[in-house]
Design a protein around this ligand. Structure first.
Ligand code: ADP
Ligand code: MG
Length: 754
């Protein structure tokens, strides 16, 4: 960065001021002018002081009532006590000094009747709220002060994200010092002029003046809107460029061949495909026929029938002479997928074997916990092309696995934003396989557009016919009668041939309760890697309103013991399942559950994704308020997978009227995963959605909000795509290219994950 914006603050403002601003991470003129006000307060309008909290760093606007200097006999020295008010609340400001004379300067300014901005940390003394040594700015008095003009002209006053060391008014003054001399030529605008004019937006300089030195609310609004659009455009152009980049790689066109596997499979299917499955199938067929790699995200609620869609895509590729890899987030799911695909394909999966169909191929499972013999065989089948379909975890794309002709990678259950497809989508070599990413956690359209703005998306919205719905209830944990009824109900289901999941937030009881379900790492989507951990901790980012509790959270091992001792469940075997079991143990646990040897399975969220046991009819989620909305929705998708209706009981200590309770009720009342995902997004902080993309950082998304600005994002995406189409290198929009480079520099990590 060069020019006026690139200048260091030390040079422009001097080292004392720049040293203070450094504490806020502000180094250059650009950093400072991009440090937008959090809000604006109108002069004369006294800030409501009712909400002041101890320890909070605040700026209040108030009127001085009294100012009194007193000698302090006990401690020696003098004290100035100033009482200010907003008309209802009052607050005391205290200043201490060795000699009273030092306090006169303050006393002289802080005259009764004067209005000012006071900045400091709220404390209390003898039950009264106070600010000790606050910074202040008196309207109409601080004449030597550049702020005066602003205030006197009755302009809105910017209130900045501040720190104790750098009060908001000092930031404001510094901003103006650097902003005032800037000209249009000094401030290159990332928004190309054609777009700016088309949308009727102010220039960047105008917008910066609009937020920092606004004349009125309308100016603030226009400036803010422009800055939001700018953020959306930078983000979307970065994504559009990535998309164009990917599409510059060649892929092999895979055109279906009539009369082969896919046709044979369709004939075999015991049910008609839904309209959605057919439509998405067509979208994929068109993509696969291209010589640019498909990059498609398939969203479909739990049970929507994504597996069939994926399998049909894989068969199309096999028909065209390629191989397909199906990646699952865990080994349990990989093994299950392999069984499912074999079942669905029947003789079509017995290529080269007695009884196999002529057109048949083979399905091979390749996982880390396989014995070396099985693994060597699987590696051989992948390398020779003998297996048309190779199923595994993400480790499958590691260096050691060779494919004869990999044409399609399907990533299943890509339910944590951005994590799993990292490897799958990484382009390597000249020719790249087509990629289909499937997610069962419905991603709100808005997030999909932001985080996955460079993917095409397909949705399966309807559920296959003949599937019963799952009824969900919230059950208060302290209602003994209800709790008894739950286990009776589990017994009834098991007696009728059903199975029950009991989900707990923890594995065992020896974990200190404060750690339980409260792993800060799970706030970060990047650290939550099911492929390695297989134990998605209860999604804390997702559990807004679940307040920390002193009561230990329910743990798998303890609950299993308890259930084994319950008279209601006498004679019923109880199994356990969690991420700390080995691959074999997990398989064995699932197997015993699926076949009814242990019809009750106490588990962590490891069963959250994909696990398919049609006989499972009940799910009891303990400490349900510790799970996220989408996670609960995902979990309950494990029941009601046959024609028998499912029952999901959310057992919770959340009290009626709390946000936690409201969230559980939302899950109980909404069976539409997309609606729930939108609701989830509304209820939690945006920062949690985009993770690093939105939290902190100097040039991250500051003003843009995914939900609120959905329309803006859509407009920006279209603009960005046409920009990149006509000017792939952004040669004629250097300021935009620079903005992206800066954004990418800071967001590398984020985009890497995207
Ligand atoms: P998802 O992966 O989207 O959660 P699945 O692909 O596992 O869903 O499908 C759920 C169940 O519905 C499976 O048992 C599958 O065989 C069945 N299914 C899929 N498509 C149809 C259809 N068109 N009609 C009836 N059942 C279907
Ligand atoms: Mg599935």
């Amino acid at each position: 960065m060069t020019g006026a914006l690139g200048q260091s603050l030390a040079k422009v403002l001097g080292t004392r001021t720049s040293g203070a601003l450094h504490k806020l991470g502000l180094e250059t003129v650009e950093d400072l002018v991009r440090h937008y006000p959090r809000r604006h307060s109108a002069p004369g309008e006294l800030t409501d002081m009712a909400a002041l909290r101890d320890g909070e760093h605040v700026t209040v606007m108030a009127e001085v009532r009294t100012a009194t200097i007193r000698q302090m006999r006990s401690r020696g020295g003098a004290m100035l006590e100033v009482l200010v008010t907003d008309g209802r609340q009052s607050l005391s400001l205290t200043f201490f000094a060795k000699r009273a004379g030092v306090l006169r300067m303050h006393e002289d300014k802080l005259r009764p009747g004067r209005v000012g901005l006071f900045t400091g940390t709220v404390g209390s003394y003898k039950g009264k709220r106070q600010l000790v040594h606050p910074d202040y700015l008196i309207v109409g008095v601080d004449a030597a002060d550049a702020d005066e003009a602003t205030i006197e002209a009755s302009r809105p006053i910017p209130i900045y994200p501040a720190a104790a060391a750098v009060p908001t008014w000092r930031i404001g003054r510094s901003v103006r010092t650097v902003l005032d001399p800037l000209t249009e030529a000094d401030v290159p605008d990332p928004i190309p002029e054609s777009l700016r004019l088309a949308h009727g937006l102010p220039t960047l300089l105008e917008a910066l003046r609009g937020v920092h030195v606004p004349t009125d609310q309308a100016a603030i609004d226009a400036a803010t809107h422009r800055l939001r659009y700018e953020e959306a455009l930078v983000l979307q152009t970065a994504l559009a460029r990535r998309r164009a980049d990917r599409q510059s790689h060649a892929a092999t066109s895979r055109v279906g061949v009539a009369g082969r596997l896919l046709d044979a499979f369709d004939t075999r299917l015991p049910f008609p495909l839904t309209a959605g499955q057919l439509r998405v199938g067509e979208e994929i067929a068109v993509d696969l026929a291209r010589e640019t790699p498909m990059l498609r995200l398939l969203q479909g609620d739990v049970g929507a029938g994504k597996t069939i869609v994926a399998l049909r895509a894989m068969l199309r590729v096999v028909d065209a002479g390629g191989q397909a890899a199906l990646l699952a987030p865990t080994e349990v799911l990989a093994a299950q997928h392999e069984r499912t695909l074999r079942d669905l394909l029947g003789p079509l999966a017995q290529g080269g074997m007695l009884g196999g169909a002529d057109v048949a191929t083979r399905v091979t499972l390749l996982t880390g916990s396989q014995g070396s013999l099985a693994r060597r065989k699987a590696l051989g089948e992948a390398a020779s092309g003998g297996a048309g379909i190779v199923v595994g975890t993400h480790a499958l794309l590691s260096e050691t696995v060779q494919f004869a002709e990999l044409g399609l990678v399907v990533v299943d259950e890509q339910h944590r934003f951005g994590v799993e497809q990292r490897d799958a989508l990484r382009t390597r070599g000249e020719r790249v396989p087509h990629t289909l990413v499937m997610t069962a956690t419905p991603i709100p359209r808005t997030v999909a557009m932001t985080v996955f703005g460079d993917l095409e998306t397909s949705q399966l919205t309807e559920r296959p016919a003949g599937r019963a719905d799952t009824v969900t209830h919230v059950v208060p944990a302290d209602n003994a009668a209800w709790m008894t009824r739950i286990w009776d109900r589990v017994r009834e289901e098991v007696d009728a041939g059903g199975r029950a999941y009991v989900v707990c937030p923890r594995i065992d009881g020896d974990v200190p309760e404060d750690d339980a379900g409260d792993d800060p790492a799970s706030d970060d989507p990047a650290s939550d890697d099911p492929a390695s951990g297989e134990e998605p901790a209860p999604d804390v980012a997702d559990t807004l309103g679940a307040k920390p509790t002193k009561r230990p959270l329910e743990a798998v091992s303890e609950v299993a013991e308890r259930l084994r001792g319950l008279p209601a469940l006498a004679g019923i075997a109880v199994g356990v399942m969690h991420g700390r079991l080995s691959g074999d143990e997990k398989d064995a646990a699932m197997e015993a559950f699926a076949h009814g040897r242990t019809p009750v399975l106490v588990s962590t969220t490891v069963i959250e994704v994909g696990v398919d046991v049609p006989e499972a009819t009940v799910m009891v989620v303990l400490d349900a308020e510790h799970f996220g909305l989408s996670q609960l929705h995902q979990l309950r998708g494990r029941v009601g997978r046959s024609t028998k209706p499912g029952l999901c009981l959310l057992v919770s200590h959340a009290e009626d009227g709390t946000l936690s309770y409201e969230r559980l009720t939302a899950v109980a009342e909404t069976s539409d995963g997309f609606a729930l995902a939108e609701k989830d997004l509304e209820l939690r902080r945006e920062g949690d959605v985009l993770g690093a993309a939105q939290s902190g950082g100097r040039n991250s998304l500051r003003l843009l909000r995914v939900v609120r600005d959905a329309d803006l994002l859509a407009v920006a995406r279209d603009d960005a795509r046409s920009l990149i189409d006509s000017d792939p290198t952004l040669a004629s929009s250097p300021a935009l290219a620079d903005a992206i480079a800066m954004w990418l520099g800071e967001r590398e990590e984020f985009l890497e994950r995207t």
